[in-house]
Structure formats: structure tokens, C-alpha cells
Write a protein that binds this ligand. Structure first.
Ligand code: IMP
Ligand code: MG
Length: 186
């Protein structure tokens, strides 16, 4: 496990191991497969944080499906949301009348997803659901955000790995860990 010792030493502890993550992602893939029988959903990856989760999840869904990608900025390099959401890269394809599943790494304040949901609904998606790997319900600022699929409820701590970053680093860790506060408090 310690081929990334340089990165692992910045973690206070491992929160979710790759084995725990794999099991939950498989479960979620099976649920989506069951829920979308007879449909051809569009899976939308929210770059860059969801990329690792997305790559694993789509391979657990046994349905015809298509992929699209979107990049949004909400954080910069700090650990708190600014409340300002900006589209950095938009979808390539039209989602009119499509069954869309937004795939996100983590729901924190909920500001990013509530904004995204609004604009994708306006574009005429037939249905729209949200799948997130992690949820930090303690930090929610948006009341009306419904998360349809979620793998793990986590405590209010800043986590990295499995796609999640701090200042663009740590995304390649196969496990998810709590970043030591001394990394971002210095
Ligand atoms: P929200 O708009 O506050 O829900 O922000 C969600 C986004 O913030 C996620 O897509 C992540 O990019 C980022 N984020 C929130 N919490 C964490 C964390 O603990 N680690 C890494 N990124 C996080
Ligand atoms: Mg993100």
C-alpha cells in the first residue's frame, strides 16, 4: 500500500480503504443497473474530482450508456466553498429528453450540485439524478438538494484521495484519507 509514502504521510488517518470503496461502488452500479432497465442513461462526470469514481462506476453498470464531462469551479485551492460556481467546461452533447445521472465526488455545502441540477433541468433532461461517492451532511447549506445515490456519509473533515484533491494533489491515492490540517493551515 505504501508505494505513495510521500503522499500518505500527509494523512491523519485512512477513512475509507480501496476495498471498502470498491464494494460500495459495485453495489451502486447494481442499483443503477436495476433502476434504469430499458433506458440508456447519460453519465455526466464532474471533473476532476469525480474522475476516478466515474471510471470505476461506469464499469459496474450493465446497460448501454453514454458519457459526458463537465468541469465546474467552486473551490480554487482553499478548503471552503466560495459560493461562486462557474462552468469551465460544458457538456459536449445535448441532453434534451435524456435520462441524466450526474456523478460527483462529494457533496459538501451542496451549492455546486444545486446549481448544476437547475441548469441541466432547464436544458430539458427527461430525468436527472445525482450520484455521489461521499456526502458531508453536516456542512449542507442548501436545503432542497436531494441526493439520489450516495456511497458514504462522512464526518466533517477534509478528505483526499480516489480523485479528491487538496490544491490539485493527492488525487491518485487509491484510498481516501483525512488530510492533516497542518497541510492547509500553514
Ligand atoms: P459544495 O458546492 O460545497 O457541495 O462543494 C463540492 C465540491 O467541493 C466537491 O466537488 C469538491 O471538489 C470540493 N470538496 C468539498 N469537500 C471536500 C473535501 O473534503 N476534499 C476535497 N474536496 C472537497
Ligand atoms: Mg469536485
Amino acid at each position: 500500500m505504501n508505494n505513495n509514502a510521500e503522499l500518505y504521510k500527509d494523512l491523519d488517518r485512512i477513512l475509507l480503504t480501496r476495498e471498502e470503496i470498491r464494494a460500495k461502488v459495485q453495489e451502486l452500479g447494481a442499483r443503477i443497473t436495476a433502476d434504469y432497465q430499458g433506458k440508456k442513461p447519460v453519465l455526466v462526470c464532474i471533473l476532476k474530482g469525480a474522475s476516478v469514481f466515474f471510471a470505476d462506476l461506469i464499469r459496474e453498470i450493465e446497460l448501454p450508456l453514454t458519457l459526458d464531462f463537465m468541469a465546474i469551479s467552486s473551490y480554487g485551492s482553499a478548503t471552503k466553498t466560495s459560493g461562486v460556481v462557474r462552468i469551465l467546461k460544458d457538456l459536449d452533447n445535448d441532453i434534451l429528453d435524456k435520462d441524466v445521472i450526474i456523478v460527483e465526488d462529494i457533496v459538501d455545502s451542496g451549492i455546486t450540485l444545486s446549481y448544476l441540477r437547475k441548469i441541466l433541468v432547464q436544458r430539458g433532461a427527461r430525468s436527472l439524478r445525482i450520484a455521489t461517492l461521499l456526502d458531508k451532511p453536516a456542512r449542507r447549506k442548501v436545503e432542497d438538494l436531494h441526493v439520489d445515490y450516495m456511497c458514504f456519509d462522512i464526518p466533517d473533515a477534509f478528505v483526499v484521495g480516489y480523485g479528491l484533491d487538496y490544491d490539485q494533489t493527492y488525487r491518485n491515492l487509491p484510498d481516501i484519507g483525512v488530510l492533516s490540517p497542518k497541510i492547509y493551515e500553514k
